[in-house]
Ligand binder design. Structure first.
Ligand code: C2O
Ligand code: CU
Length: 474
């Protein structure tokens, strides 16, 4: 409803109420919730003719339905828990009202089987985000509970003809095509790289074919929903530009080799000019397992339309900036150190778990093998507390033999240093990969009051201790 008529309504309302007739009701931002049901389902993850896999899904589809909203608008989702265990939804990467962040035990109680919960929040940033449970996520995400949250630019963005989203996941399936359930909560995985799958899907399919047309420009959104695998995708096509990382715009940067490494939880938005001849195909492969696994194709429509076949010399236009707090005060920042320890082949001898100091042997018995600053798992008190508006730097050091994808809730940060050297990076991330023995310094403005998680997004590492939280004072 345009502003003018709203004002008229308000004025009319005042007059009416003076007559004792009450105020007319204005329509709410999002009057009706979008119902989303988490429950058991089936998905064909293998080639046609193979058995379907029994999974847990949102609304019965893999990946879950894309929830689309326009920047500045309200999202209103009513989650129905049709699972036989408690769940929640976390809206990954969205700078959200803390009460809606969906972290069981920190920002809300887990939603019991048969119950519902209303998630209602406005979306400040345009970009590619996703949603997934934040209760036993190592199991619930692995079984298929996730979907994309796409926030469209407030005033639209005419930069691309087609907007395509791809969710990539690896599943661990047995010979029968069913989830390898025996390997859930397996200490071997939890103390090593996490639970890696053996079957890769793009948008839940064994092979994803994306129809394109010569001469058009596409926007491709990629999201890694794997529990633990660092995906290494290659789009075998010239002229690929990165325009956003973790939902936040970056100055367009050309990917000369088409190679994209994505840690669990990370997203990237690409712009690709369709400069090949009509009828061509370009392969999308995955190479993290040291083999070239074909996962999908860009399939050009065969037509006799004339097209230019040279890479476009013009970079795509940048995406409009989001309203992030980018005014970092590095000199006056609150400095926090974060030491990542533990895991197989590590040298952690002991850690505190639930207030007790335990030797590594006893920690293993409790399924806790990773620690942050000497503590495994969640604590009653936060790692640190920052006044609202304060700049914070976190010096992270990975003293383990494994990579970790460190994820922060409610904020986006800049990676200002890696291994002691300035990065010059312009990206505002919510997840950063630390290779074994690597260090990184990140910085952000603590501008969102509430209790926010910090954890490794390798979900087995999170479950096995690599998790903590911080508070931003209201
Ligand atoms: Cu995508 Cu705390 O998680
Ligand atoms: Cu980790």
């Amino acid at each position: 409803m345009p502003l003018l008529s709203r004002r008229r309504l308000l004025q009319g309302g005042l007059a009416l109420s003076a007559l004792g007739l009450g105020l007319p009701r204005l329509p709410a931002l999002a009057a009706e919730p979008r119902i989303l049901t988490a429950g058991p389902g089936e998905a064909l993850l293998l080639e046609a003719g193979q058995p379907k896999t029994r999974t847990w899904l949102y609304d019965g589809v893999s990946p879950g339905p894309i929830i689309r909203a326009r920047q500045g608008e309200e999202v209103f989702v009513r989650l129905k828990n049709g699972l036989d265990q408690p769940t929640t939804i976390h809206w990954h990467g969205i700078r959200i009202d803390n009460a809606m962040d969906g972290v069981a035990g920190l920002t809300q109680d887990p939603i019991a089987p048969g119950e519902t919960f209303d998630y209602r929040f406005t979306v400040p940033d345009a970009g590619t985000f996703w949603y997934h449970p934040h209760n036993r996520s190592w199991e619930q995400v692995a079984r298929g509970l996730y979907g994309l949250l796409i926030v469209e630019e407030k005033d639209g963005w005419g930069g691309a003809k087609q907007d395509i989203a791809i969710v990539a996941d690896d599943w661990r399936l047995g010979e029968d095509g069913q989830l390898d359930e025996a390997s859930f909560a397996h200490m071997m995985d939890w103390s090593h790289a996490g639970r890696l799958g053996n079957t890769l899907t793009l948008n839940g399919q064994d092979q994803l074919d994306i129809p394109v047309t010569s001469g058009e420009r596409i926007r491709l959104r990629l999201c890694n929903t794997c529990n633990a695998r660092i995906l290494e995708l290659r789009i075998e096509h010239p002229g690929i530009w990165v325009v956003a990382e973790d939902g936040q715009p970056v100055p367009p940067r050309e990917l000369t080799d088409g190679y994209i490494a994505l840690s669990p939880g990370e997203r990237v938005d690409l712009i690709i000019d369709m400069i090949l001849d009509p009828g061509s195909t370009a392969t999308i492969t995955e190479v993290s397992a040291d083999q070239r696994l074909v996962a999908g194709h860009l399939v050009y429509h065969p037509s006799d339309q004339l097209v230019h076949t040279k890479p476009s010399p013009v970079p795509p236009p940048a995406l409009p900036a989001n309203p992030l707090s980018t005014n970092l005060d590095l000199a006056g920042a609150q400095a926090v150190e974060l030491l990542l320890e533990g895991g197989a082949m590590g040298n952690m001898a002991q850690a505190t778990y639930q207030g007790e100091t335990l030797a590594i042997r006893d920690l293993v018995g409790k399924g806790q093998v990773w620690a942050l600053n000497g503590t495994a798992g969640m604590t009653d008190t936060p790692l640190f507390s920052a006044p609202r508006g304060r700049s914070v730097t976190i010096d992270m050091r990975n003293d383990t033999a494994w990579p970790h994808a460190m994820h922060f809730h409610g904020h986006h940060f800049k990676v200002v240093e890696r291994n002691g050297k300035p990065t010059g990076s312009e990206a505002w991330k919510d997840t950063v990969l630390l290779e074994r023995l690597e260090s990184a310094k990140i910085a952000f403005v603590a501008d969102n009051p509430g209790k926010w998680m910090i954890h490794c997004h390798m979900l087995e590492h999170q479950a096995a201790g690599m998790t903590t939280w911080f508070r931003v004072e209201g």
